[in-house]
Design a protein around this ligand. Structure first.
Ligand SMILES: [Cu+2]
Length: 118
């Protein structure tokens, strides 16, 4: 783990913008709403020094199932715990609107949206 840190994102030369969602000590996803193209990979980066976050798009792992919404045909996904300083990535192959949350902070309102355009 930790190999996604450092300057990797700054030195990439594939010519595609990296979609990054940051999670910090404010108990929120930043940005809370992100639009990407189908097939694009989103990276969640925990910049907190003291909080473990998750990015969870699995209705069976949350308290309130309305905090997760998946387009028809999209399978559930879950980062598991992401410690401070670590990152996790997921590629979105099915277009539509995804609602997801952070399991430890779901009830604190740490819920966000990814829109995947065809
Ligand atoms: Cu969290």
């Amino acid at each position: 783990m930790g190999m996604l840190g450092g300057g990797l994102w700054l030195t990439g030369c594939q010519g595609t913008a990296k979609a990054i969602v940051e999670m910090d000590d404010d108990v929120r996803f930043d940005p809370a709403s992100l639009t990407v193209k189908v097939g694009e990979t989103v990276t969640w980066r925990n910049t907190s020094t003291r909080m473990v976050h998750t990015a969870t798009g699995d209705p069976t792992k949350v308290v309130d199932p309305t905090n997760v919404r998946l387009p028809a045909g999209a399978g559930p996904w879950d980062s598991g715990p992401i410690p401070g300083g670590e990152s996790w990535s997921h590629a979105f192959d099915i277009p539509g609107e995804y609602r997801y949350c952070c399991v430890p902070h779901e009830l604190a309102g740490m819920v966000a949206t990814i829109v995947v355009e065809p």
